[in-house]
Write a protein that binds this ligand. Structure first.
Ligand code: AKB
Length: 313
């Protein structure tokens, strides 16, 4: 039977590019994009599109039935920085949408769920360097707490009810197509926009703040790979560590300067500095590499060239 895919939160940073990739792979009519808001023309007119609130169970159920969905990618979430401004909303969106998706899978409405966790599930006392797959997790943001709780729910639904749920802990994702909204790693995208527009950049993190990052092409590849892997290869049912590169604001600035020698950055850390300081600096993703052959292909230099080429167009 061919797959019928529903992407909830398809208008977001990852959702947009994931929808385009899945439409290439599975055929445009087999991939339904859904979001609470309307999206880009590319997203809305390259295949079916539904306005959908991920926290309304009946509406999600109706969409799954209408299109005879077999797989759901639940990408709707409120990110770390904005989540600190609206803690109740962040908790409600991030948790309720997941519990609804898990319940509908448990009830047999569809077969396979992808749900993104994040490096934000780690916290100040987690090891900072090469953070292992299994270690202390004490997230200090509402977003991070919702990701850690979500991971436990995923494992629970797999163990108790056999729900085929798959998840990865994304690092900061760098991309040019759709801007992220409200993350702590967003500086690493904003900095490119400013450079290409020949403007100075006021960076909200300090110059030596090292964080794990990944180019969108690699993130999409990881997402598709984990969903396509045979079930027996997915041995971790909470969420897999995932990593590609790590850098500081100063390092990405120096790389951009190779293309824009006059580019200037000022460092004016705000409340997001404390969030960044609570996260890992680098991540050990050897378990994902072993279990489902994950590997990345973009380093800082290649990513910088690609970002600048696409943003300049
Ligand atoms: C954020 O900064 O909140 C996200 C994340 C690391 O999950 N990019």
């Amino acid at each position: 039977m061919s797959e019928k895919i529903l992407i909830i939160g398809a208008g977001g940073q990852i959702g947009t590019e994931l929808t385009i990739k899945l439409r290439e792979l599975y055929g445009k009519d087999n991939v339904v994009a859904a979001d609470i808001n309307s999206g880009s023309n590319e997203l809305m007119y390259s295949g079916p599109f539904e306005i959908l609130d991920a926290t309304r169970k009946d509406d999600v159920k109706k969409a799954i039935k209408k299109y005879k969905i077999t797989q759901v990618y639940l990408m709707a979430a409120m990110l770390s920085a904005v989540g600190e401004k609206f803690p109740e909303k962040a908790w409600s969106l991030n948790m309720n949408s997941l519990l609804i998706a898990l319940d509908l899978a448990k009830d047999g409405l569809y077969k396979k769920l992808f749900w993104p966790s994040s490096m934000a599930a780690f916290g100040p006392t987690s090891p900072k360097k090469n953070t292992p797959q299994e270690t202390i997790m004490d997230p200090s943001t509402v977003y991070g707490i919702s990701k850690l709780a979500g991971e436990r729910w995923c494992e629970y639904y797999f163990q108790k009810f056999g729900v085929d749920v798959r998840s990865i802990r994304y690092p900061g994702i760098i991309s040019w197509k759709t801007k992220p909204g409200g993350g702590t790693t967003d500086y690493a995208i904003d900095i490119f926009y400013k450079a290409v527009n020949h403007e100075d950049y006021n960076c909200f993190l300090s110059e030596h703040t090292r964080l794990p990052m990944m180019y969108m092409d690699d993130a999409i590849k990881a997402t598709v790979d984990i969903m396509q892997a045979p079930s027996e290869q997915i041995k971790v049912r909470s969420s897999y560590n995932l990593s590609a590169i790590d850098f500081t604001p100063e390092e990405v600035y120096n790389e951009i300067k190779k293309h824009y020698p006059d580019f200037k950055v000022n460092y004016v850390p705000d409340f997001r500095q404390q969030i960044a300081d609570s996260w890992p600096q680098s991540i050990d993703d050897s378990v994902a590499r072993k279990d489902w052959n994950w590997n990345h292909s973009f380093d800082l230099e290649k990513m910088t060239k690609d970002m600048i080429k696409n943003l300049s167009n």
